[in-house]
Design a protein around this ligand. Structure first.
Ligand code: HEM
Length: 206
C-alpha cells in the first residue's frame, strides 16, 4: 500500500464502528424519552427505555474493547498529550480549521505514523474517551441498577442531579459527534477519512 499509512488497528476499527452505532442509538432513544409527547412518542416510551439500557450496557463492553485495543497495540501513544507548547499548537490548528483549510494551506500537523492526531483531535479525543465516556457510565449505571436505592438513600434530588449530569454529558457527546464528523470531511477527499476508519489505511490530507 504505497503512499498509505496503516493507522487504525483492527480492534480500534471494530470498537469505533460499534461505538458510533451505539452512541447514535443512545442519542435517538434518549432524545425520544426526554422530549417526545407521551401521547405521541417518537419511539414508544418503554421501547426507548429498553433500547437505551441495552445500548448503554453494550457500550460498556465496547469501551473495554477500546481499552484492550489500546493496551495491546501501540495506539495509546496517540492519546499521550504533550503539555509543553500545547496552547500554541491548539491555536495553530484552530487557525487552520477556520481559515487555512479554505485557503488550501498545508496542514500544520500532517498525519504521520508517529502522530496521527492533530492537537485539537488529540485533546478532544482524549477528553471524550477518558473523561466524558467514563462519566457517562458513572452517571448512567447507578440510575440503571440502583435508581430506587439512590432515591431512598439520598432522596429524589440526588437522582435528579445524577440525571441532569447524565443528560449534560450526553449533550456534550452529541456536539462532539457533529463536529467530529464535520472535521472528518477535511481529508484528501471529503470521503477519505471515512474510508480510513473502515479499511485502516489513511490517504494524504487532514
Ligand atoms: C457517525 C458516527 C461517526 C463517524 C462517521 C466517525 C468517523 C470517524 C473517522 C473518519 C475517524 C478517523 C479519522 C480521524 O481520526 O479523524 C474517526 C476516528 C475516531 N473517532 Fe469517530 N466517528 C463517528 C462517531 C464517533 C463517536 C460517537 C466517537 C466517540 C464518542 C468517536 C470517536 C473517535 C475517536 C476517539 C477516533 C480516533 C480513533 C483512534 O484512531 O484511536 N467517533 N471517526
Amino acid at each position: 500500500m504505497e503512499n498509505k499509512l496503516y493507522l487504525y488497528p483492527g480492534l480500534i476499527r471494530i470498537w469505533h464502528l460499534l461505538n458510533a452505532l451505539l452512541i447514535i442509538t443512545l442519542i435517538i432513544s434518549g432524545l425520544s424519552m426526554q422530549y417526545s409527547d407521551p401521547l405521541n412518542p417518537f419511539i414508544r416510551f418503554d421501547l426507548a427505555v429498553s433500547m437505551h439500557n441495552v445500548a448503554g450496557f453494550v457500550l460498556l463492553f465496547d469501551y473495554m474493547l477500546f481499552i484492550i485495543g489500546n493496551t495491546i497495540s501501540k495506539n495509546s501513544r496517540h492519546y499521550r498529550i504533550q503539555l509543553n507548547g500545547l496552547t500554541e499548537r491548539l491555536m495553530l490548528q484552530f487557525r487552520y480549521y477556520t481559515y487555512g483549510v479554505f485557503k488550501r494551506e498545508p496542514a500544520p500537523f500532517p498525519v504521520t505514523k508517529k502522530m496521527k492526531f492533530n492537537p485539537i483531535q488529540q485533546v478532544t479525543y482524549f477528553m471524550t474517551m477518558f473523561i466524558l465516556i467514563p462519566l457517562l457510565f458513572l452517571t448512567g449505571l447507578p440510575m440503571l441498577f440502583s435508581g430506587a436505592f439512590i432515591r431512598q438513600l439520598l432522596g429524589a434530588k440526588a437522582f435528579f442531579v445524577t440525571d441532569i449530569f447524565h443528560i449534560t454529558i450526553g449533550f456534550l457527546l452529541s456536539i462532539f459527534l457533529v463536529i467530529h464528523v464535520y472535521f472528518c470531511t477535511f481529508g484528501a477527499k471529503p470521503t477519505s477519512n471515512f474510508k480510513s476508519i473502515i479499511t485502516g489505511y489513511h490517504e494524504g490530507g487532514h
